[in-house]
Ligand binder design. Sequence first.
Ligand code: SF4
Length: 328
Amino acid sequence: MNSGRSYIFGPVPSRRLGRSLGVDVIPHKLCNLDCVYCEVGPTDKRAMRRQEYCPADGIIAELKEALAEQPEIDTITFSGAGEPTLNSKLGEIIHATKGLSALPVAVLTNGTLLYLEAVRNDLKEADIVLPSLDAVSSRMFGMVNRPHPALQIETIIEGLKTFRKEFHGQIWLEILFVKGLNDERSEVERLRRAVREIQPDKVQLNTIIRPPTNAVFEPVAEKELFRLRELFGETCEVIGVSGARPVTAQHRVNHEEILAALHRRAMTLDELARALGLSHLDVLISLGIMEEEGLIDSFFYYDRKHYRAIEEQEGNPVRNMSFKIHLN
Ligand code: SF4
């Protein structure tokens, strides 16, 4: 890939998202937090104002160019050296990205601005949103995330809950534990209650992996992360250990297997992943490709996205109507 681009980077191996083409919509380092574990460096000036910090046109043009090179990737991920939701054109850029590729679009965010309707709208076309939540008490939020003074943790948690109600894609909530700070018992219990109310599709536990700006802060032990996982229930996984997510090359999913399952009945992403014993990400990638190829389509039933097979009849695609029976 051309490394001379300003806004597109990678593909990079991601523990959570396979091989990922990165889209950076924020200049280094623009954020409204100054987390003690940040790998990007200190936040000199915490920003709250949303604006077009990097031009949407330039980002889309570079993305088009990068995708034309047909890189082997699993996802297109908005991340980078700051908080992507601070770019006021994020929704426009995600919309354009969906028009350029059938691959899942993921957004890594600190989640602090989800209380704003405009931000929730900007994210609505993404497939996976990965927000962070490291603390519930104001004291711990201040100590771990060192926020802009205008940010209140109660408002942020309400924003996450509202987003869950409105957003039809996957929400993978990350909690990063720092030894001696948010791993204290009372904070873990608060986090557990907050997670139950937010209802993300997955909870991902992490710790400091690479050296943070301030080397005073340390990771929690690997076995402690696995102990914490038990507290957060069956949707929880540990990602903060070396090699936890193998570097995936192109996905290795048999599309015939998915199609056969969807011929039997319509299913959600979660049901398919469980039924076939595959990762959510691998299934999501395949569904995007199959939808673009006209093999399947999707619809909402009780606010949950379902996928169904499209059956060919005399050369014309006809929808498989059996889903109505099986959804009861
Ligand atoms: S939210 Fe992300 S970019 Fe901002 S300070 Fe925290 S870790 Fe760094």
